[in-house]
Design a protein around this ligand. Structure first.
Ligand SMILES: Nc1nc2c(c(=O)[nH]1)N[C@@H](CN(C=O)c1ccc(C(=O)N[C@@H](CCC(=O)O)C(=O)O)cc1)CN2
Length: 284
């Protein structure tokens, strides 16, 4: 039987509707959640994601600001901007769009963000709290993936989850969140030998390799839940995932499309984090 397609776009929309109600209630108490996004350089994809973030904020009632800087800004100048945002009480969430130009240390910039305003969940303190299972702002794409899997109704406890890719943004954090849902997790990456041996045993397969159409039906256990995190533009200009969609949909039980699967969840979880950060800061 063909897989059910997990429409992240629709799930994201329903979460946004809930957030809009929550923000309306907060505004009655005088709390207006605020997000500032800093973008450096002129990468068209990054600018498009940032526009999507601002549009999402508008949709749910979050106040947002985009700070655009030329690619020749120095690391020191960028750190001064972050410091000013840390000190601004109207800014509840700060996000620096990645990647940054090579002369700026992503590590130094992320570390400069006040952890309570780290709506990306990338600060070492946020990551440490996530590892410990403490209440913290979770990274958006991994959190969105867990929400999507929950919507399949597939219990994660006791299931074998295989994650392909070990990036700090997706692979590593999603493996931790899957463990916290009591899944048994195997990590695979570019140096894994005999990849199929692992993936064929996965009840839940999360693919974040950044390589277009790398995973075919031969990799997938019949009935598996397959989450495709890839966003690759191929020669034809078309956007495709890391998974061969037409092939894998014939064997999987659930499959996310690209576009319209994990991507829209990323921005929605950012909005959720911004509202959570505003609520927490209002209590302090
Ligand atoms: N500071 C951050 N930088 C980056 C992150 C991040 O979470 N924080 N993630 C990615 C980019 N990203 C958000 O920033 C992002 C990527 C993809 C999508 C998305 O909705 N994709 C669509 C397709 C978009 C298109 O048509 O080009 C989809 O998959 O349906 C949203 C956000 C790296 N940088």
């Amino acid at each position: 039987m063909a897989a059910t397609i997990l429409q992240g776009k629709e799930v994201a929309q329903s979460i946004r509707a809930e957030l809009a109600n929550e923000v309306a209630e907060l505004k009655k108490q005088g709390i207006v959640p605020g997000l500032t996004v800093v973008i450096v350089g002129d990468d068209p994809a990054s600018h498009s994601y940032v526009r999507g973030k601002a549009k999402g904020c508008e949709e749910v009632g979050i106040s947002s600001e985009i700070i655009m800087k030329d690619a020749d800004i120095t690391e020191e100048e960028l750190l001064v901007i972050i410091q000013q945002l840390n000190e601004n009480p109207n800014v509840n969430g700060i996000l620096v769009q990645l990647p940054l130009p090579a002369h700026i240390s992503e590590h130094a910039v992320i570390e400069a963000i006040a952890p309570e305003k780290d709506v990306d969940g990338f600060h070492p303190i946020s990551v440490g709290n996530m590892v410990l299972g403490n209440d913290t702002l979770l990274p958006c794409t991994p959190h969105g993936i867990i929400e999507l899997i929950k919507r399949t109704g597939t219990p994660m406890a006791g299931k074998h989850a295989v994650v392909i890719g070990r990036s700090n943004i997706v692979g590593k954090p999603v493996s931790l969140l899957l463990q916290q849902e009591n899944a048994t997790v195997t990590m695979c990456h570019s140096r894994t030998q005999n990849l199929e041996e692992y993936t064929q045993k996965a009840d839940i397969l999360v693919v974040a390799t950044g390589r277009a159409h790398m995973i075919g039906k031969e990799h997938v256990k019949p009935g598996a839940v397959v989450i495709d995190v890839g966003v690759n533009r191929i020669e034809t200009g078309k956007l495709v995932g890391d998974v061969k969609f037409d092939e894998v949909k014939e064997v999987a039980s659930f499959l996310t499309p690209v576009p319209g699967g994990v991507g829209p969840m990323t921005i929605t979880m950012l909005l959720k984090n911004t509202v959570a950060a505003a609520k927490k800061q209002a209590k302090q």
